[in-house]
Design a protein around this ligand. Structure first.
Ligand SMILES: *Cc1c(COP(=O)(O)O)cnc(C)c1O
Length: 450
């Protein structure tokens, strides 16, 4: 088998800056050991997030020029709607400025006190918007999801017996909708099988409940279905994606992921009455229904992004890129969540730095180590992010891979730096917080080394 290559050539380049170890040491100290406080220009390889960090194609940039900036009835909106109708089968689509705006509108309409929303695992903004409406957000992952070494092919699945039990427990009248997040970001970017989506659909039908997809990474999920699910091998990804959408009544999407754009979101709703109410809320806070808080050029780039993301050469390269990094880390002895998901590698920081107690943030210590060693920016997902009132199951560091931005040699470099930090892991030092806000402290907390 030959190397799976980047299926594009590079037309425009953005230089990234090499820094010396001494420069990084002083920059890290100036940032109070929190890479969120670094200037992006001080970062060599930025793996903080895959959200909004994609490279656009020449066709998308051409779309930027073509964008129709009419307030109402923009041609760019109609192009986006046609692309999405073809891809998802949905007629009723609303553009929004990003995923959380779609979530806010949806849960303002269907949430509220006493309501319970089940999800395979809520993404943090989805949980926040559900709870902001007064509703309770319940995660129903499968048991395999909590074992990092378990190589279940669809570790993102929803636990269907737990869903049945929840419906029985709280009553169907208190559940406005069931949600499935594809891929399951909170559980490590793990996919959900078509079989599981169908099973959840069948339970929803039985109890007359709507099913919504949080479909930010629908194309990566469809690729995993094609690669791993019995009976799906060789089926066109577009067709699998179409079936995924055909099984749901609506969807919230952040186009900053599989939309391959830097900003944008979508809200799809089948029910015409609910859709009309969503239109009214959209106009109140986002903008008219044919632009939803975006420029016409953004809609144009988004339309093209949703065409390109289901290209199978692109998806083979995308998923292989993440898997390749995972293989190299495992070979170096670094423990990660297995198997690698679609958009990121999650390092088990408690295993990486066992000498650092949870109270001294082993994940953040590793994040600092990666920056010091290679100018790499990663994100802690552990005791720091969970906040002072929660104990997370795992201490993780996420290496999120932006789409179409880095090449294989960048990934080799990242793997080499991780291996180097791992070899010298006993030198990593714990951190203590010197200053932090009450909520979402990981963004702005300041630290000192213990
Ligand atoms: C990013 C993300 C969101 C929120 O989207 P934004 O565009 O960041 O507001 C919701 N759900 C999932 C699964 C996500 O990954």
């Amino acid at each position: 088998m030959k190397t799976i290559i980047e299926p594009f050539r590079i037309k425009s380049v953005e230089p990234i800056r090499m820094t010396t170890a001494a420069e990084r040491e002083s920059l890290l100290r100036e940032a109070h050991f929190n890479p969120f406080l670094l200037r992006a220009s001080s970062v060599l390889i930025d793996l903080l997030t895959d959200s909004g960090a994609s490279a656009m194609s020449s066709e998308q940039w051409a779309g930027i020029m073509r964008g129709d900036e009419s307030y109402a009835g923009s041609e760019s909106f109609h192009r986006l709607r046609a692309v999405l109708k073809d891809l998802t089968g949905f007629e009723n689509i609303l553009p929004t400025h990003q995923g959380r705006a779609s979530e806010r509108i949806l849960f303002e309409l269907v949430g509220g006190k006493g309501k319970v929303v089940p999800n395979n695992a809520h993404f943090d903004t989805t949980r926040a918007n559900t709870e902001h409406s007064g509703a309770r957000a319940v995660n129903l992952p499968i048991p395999e999801a909590s074992d990092p070494a378990n190589r279940h092919p669809f570790k993102g699945n929803m636990n269907t017996s737990a869903l049945e039990a929840l419906i029985k427990d709280v009553g169907r009248e208190n559940i406005p909708l069931v949600m499935l997040t594809v891929t399951n970001n909170t559980c490590g970017g793990q996919p959900v099988s078509l079989e599981n989506i169908r099973a959840v659909r069948a339970i929803c039908d039985k109890h007359r409940l709507p099913l919504f997809l949080d479909a930010c990474r629908f194309a990566e999920n469809a690729w995993f279905i094609r690669a791993r699910e019995p009976g799906q091998q060789g089926r066109p990804v577009r067709e699998i994606a179409r079936e995924m959408f055909s099984l749901c009544d609506g969807s919230t999407i952040s186009s900053k992921k599989d939309g391959l754009v830097n900003i944008g979101g979508l809200l799809l709703i089948k029910d015409p009455v609910l859709f009309q109410r969503a239109c009214n809320l959209l106009i109140l806070t986002e903008g008219f229904v044919t632009y939803g808080g975006l420029a016409g050029r953004d809609l144009e780039a988004m339309a093209q992004g949703f065409i390109e993301v289901v290209d199978e050469d692109y998806l083979a390269y995308r998923v292989r890129c993440v898997e390749y990094l995972g293989e190299r880390l495992l070979a170096a002895g670094v423990r990660i969540i297995e198997p690698p998901g679609g958009h990121a590698i999650y390092i088990d920081a408690a295993h990486f730095a066992p000498h650092i107690p949870k109270t001294q943030f082993p994940g953040q210590a590793l994040v600092c180590g990666l920056y010091r060693t290679g100018g790499i920016r990663a994100c802690e997902i552990g005791s720091l992010m969970a906040g002072p009132h929660h104990t997370p199951e795992h201490e993780l560091v996420r290496l999120a891979i932006p789409r179409r931005v880095y090449t294989q040699s960048h990934m080799d470099y990242v793997a080499e730096c991780c291996a180097e930090v791992f070899k010298a892991r006993h030198a990593l030092r714990g951190l203590r917080i010197t200053e932090a806000p009450e909520v979402l402290r990981h963004f702005t907390a300041r630290f000192a080394e213990v």
